[in-house]
Each structure stands twice: as structure tokens, then as C-alpha cells.
Design a protein around this ligand. Structure first.
Ligand code: UTP
Length: 297
């Protein structure tokens, strides 16, 4: 029997420079889409995929994240006194069972690969998921759940994959495709941030991974790659080149790049339009401003 994926690493130690000055004192993952921080979307997705152990790789200045998952007895008591049951149940989704969550420190932002490697002692010899909270994916079945189901058939390593315009490949890790089989793509290599003309395909890696402990061993030996950082893509690519099963999974759903301002704004609008309490007012406002835009042209 294949071992179930029950642990997920959330690398949240980046500097978040694209959101300065906000991220000078607030972790990027605490920024809210409507009224829920990015990290809550990631946690909900992980839970729905069967994850029970949550490992955060954090850095200086991220204490707001740790507080977010704590109980707040005073606030709960106030809400209970006022009979605000709906808000109490909203708060419940933010609480974590004791021992379900672990924090590991990345002392220097040396790249995503290095951040994942920092969690190696908590993984031992089992498959694990990696979720980047700034990639928010909406859809009927959560992206990681789709991947866990596919992984139950394939084993190996799996990365979420999405087609991007060729001129954008230099912002992503890109798959070198061996064979395509429905949503599953076997991969013979991966390249981090290739120029359009050098890119092996336009199938890009998005921030969801299911990985074997071998990838951590590869990271042990890893030198810095693209941008002087230790790249997770390079460590997975070693597995692909060694003929170990590496798959891309074309997920169903819409991905928002909430690490960028435009992506964050798009996600905010999309999630607000899903909400019964906000849809009508926001839609009216959007049609008003797009009317101004047309008038100006
Ligand atoms: P990004 O490339 O988006 O970098 O990291 P960043 O620092 O978060 O943001 P910018 O580019 O400065 O605005 C992708 C993911 O990898 C994590 C980040 O926290 C984010 O979830 N990461 C990146 C680390 O945990 N450690 C690192 O050294 C680098």
C-alpha cells in the first residue's frame, strides 16, 4: 500500500518585497482576500486533501502567523456573550489542534528549495506535500485533493502544472515533457525560469507539490541555482533525470498569483463576486468603473 500524504510544508519565509511597505510588518500570508488571510485558503485546501500535520517554515517578523492559529479566549468569550454564533464558527476554522502545527525557522531567505530543506527533520521517510500560499487556486475540487487522488495511482513526485504564455516562462519553473496522458504529464526534466526561446515547453509549475524524501536528499547536495537561490525545481529535476517518476498534473481550477499585486486584486474581486453578501454591490461598482473606462477611450 502506498503511504498516505498527511504532512504538508508551507514555506512562508520569503521577504514578500512586492508588497512593501505592507510586508515590512505584516507577513504576506496574512494579507486578506476579502476577509480571510491567504494562509487560511492554503490550510483549508490542505485539510480537504487529508493533511493532518502542518509544518510552517517561517522567518523573522512572522509572529502574526503563529498568533493567527492560536485560540483567542477573550475574543471568543465576548462573541459568545453577544450571541454571535456565526462569527464563533468562523473563528473555529482558524484553530489548530495542539501538536498539529510546527514552526521551523529559515534563518536567511536562501530560496524555496532551502526553505523546504529546513523542514527535513520533520518529514522522515514519507511522501509530503508543499503548498505555496501565494498561489491561490479556486475550483470545485481543491487542487491538492485532485493531486493526492492522482498520486494514489502513480506514486512518485507530482507538481501542479498550468499552461502559460511563452513570453511568461521566465517567471516559472517549466516542465520538459516526456509523455502526456490526460491530465498527467510524465516529466524528463524541469528548468527554473527559462527564457522563452530556451524553454522546453509552456507548461509551468504552480505552487502545489507532492514529493518523495529523495528530493530532500537532493537538496542536501544542492548548490544555488537560478537567482543565486537554492531551487526546489532543480532538486525535483534530478529525480526526473534519474528516471524516478516525476509527473506534472494539469489541475482543474483557476489559479491566482497572489504574490503579485495584479493577481491579488483579481483574486479579491473573484472571491468577493462569489459571496452572496457582496456580489450585487461589487458588481454594480465594477460596471460603473468599467463604464468610466469605456467613456475615457
Ligand atoms: P517568492 O518568490 O514569491 O518570494 O516565494 P517572496 O519573498 O515571498 O516574495 P517577493 O518576490 O519578495 O515579493 C515563493 C514562496 O517561497 C517562499 C515564500 O515565502 C513564498 O511562499 N520562500 C521563498 C521561502 O520560504 N524562503 C525563501 O528563501 C524564498
Amino acid at each position: 500500500m502506498r503511504k498516505k500524504v498527511t504532512k504538508a510544508i508551507f514555506p512562508v519565509a520569503g521577504l514578500g518585497t512586492r508588497f512593501l511597505p505592507a510586508t515590512k510588518s505584516i507577513p504576506k500570508e496574512i494579507l486578506t482576500l476579502v476577509d480571510r488571510p491567504l494562509i487560511q485558503y492554503a490550510i483549508d485546501e490542505a485539510r480537504e486533501a487529508g493533511i493532518t500535520e502542518f509544518i510552517f517554515v517561517t522567518s523573522r517578523g512572522k509572529s502574526a502567523l503563529e498568533d493567527y492559529f492560536d485560540h483567542n479566549p477573550q475574543l471568543e468569550q465576548e462573541l459568545r456573550k453577544k450571541g454571535k454564533e456565526d462569527l464563533l464558527s468562523t473563528l473555529k476554522t482558524t484553530n489548530m489542534d495542539s501538536g498539529a502545527i510546527a514552526y521551523i525557522r529559515q534563518h536567511k531567505p536562501m530560496g524555496l528549495g532551502h526553505a523546504v530543506w529546513c523542514a527535513r527533520r520533520l518529514i522522515a521517510n514519507e511522501p509530503f506535500a508543499v503548498i505555496l500560499p501565494d498561489d491561490v487556486i479556486s475550483g470545485d475540487t481543491p487542487c491538492l485533493k485532485q493531486m493526492v487522488d492522482a498520486y494514489a495511482e502513480t506514486g512518485g513526485n507530482m507538481v501542479a502544472a498550468m499552461e502559460v504564455p511563452r513570453e511568461k516562462t521566465s517567471s516559472y519553473g517549466v516542465l520538459d515533457i516526456a509523455e502526456e496522458n490526460g491530465p498527467l504529464v510524465s516529466v524528463k526534466g524541469m528548468v527554473e525560469k527559462p527564457k522563452a526561446e530556451d524553454s522546453p515547453s509552456n507548461l509551468a509549475v504552480i505552487g502545489r507539490y507532492i514529493l518523495t524524501p529523495n528530493v530532500l536528499r537532493n537538496l542536501n547536495k544542492q548548490k544555488s541555482g537560478s537567482g543565486g537561490e537554492i531551487q526546489l525545481t532543480d532538486a525535483i529535476s534530478v529525480e526526473a533525470q534519474a528516471g524516478q517518476n516525476v509527473y506534472g498534473y494539469r489541475f482543474n481550477g483557476q489559479r491566482f498569483d497572489c504574490g503579485s499585486k495584479v493577481g491579488f486584486l483579481q483574486a479579491t474581486v473573484a472571491f468577493a463576486l462569489e459571496r452572496d453578501d457582496l456580489r450585487d454591490d461589487l458588481a454594480a461598482y465594477l460596471s460603473e468603473v468599467s463604464g468610466y473606462d469605456k467613456a475615457a477611450q
